[in-house]
Design a protein around this ligand. Sequence first.
Ligand code: PCA
Length: 200
Amino acid sequence: MSEILLTGFEPFGGDPRNPSSEACSMLDGEVVAGHRVRALCLPTAFKVAALKLLRQMARQRPALVIATGLAVGRAEITPERFALNFADARIPDNRGRQPRAKVLVRGAPLAYASTLPVDRIVARLHAAGIPATPSLSAGAFVCNELFFRLRHATETTSLRVGFIHVPYASEHVVVRPGTPSLPLAMIAQALRLAVQTSLE
Ligand code: PCA
């Protein structure tokens, strides 16, 4: 059976949990639209995360790759439109690296568009009563870097790949009172629908 690769990140920035990897693991092993979902948790670290993802893709040869991460402060599920060839970290990553105003890949385009059907995903989530909106950019931290390297590596292929930022999970919000959040089960359902929509 062909496979879908779904990735999330380990906790970072002092937070004890990261809903992105937790929601992905909730889907691990599930069959969605005839494809087996495999979840992978990536280290929140520049370069290392992308290396691990690309290695897994070479082994697994998935039919679709959706990477996800936490965007603290966002209230909705946000499929990203563009990956930027740029890193500018406000905080160090989990290995202490903090690139400031750096080009990621010299000679590569300034940006790549997602090859996921971003607007159809958002419409599908709205139809399911899940708050969602397209986002222009994944920022300039590890999530954007992963998305950029993923797009760069697949530019000459027909593989659909993209990135979705998720809000804080309501189950974790006790750590950050007042932060916008969605229940983990809703985040997982959003990812399931995003996979389905991307395969249509
Ligand atoms: N969010 C961070 C990195 C890991 C994660 O889950 C980001 O938005 O870059």
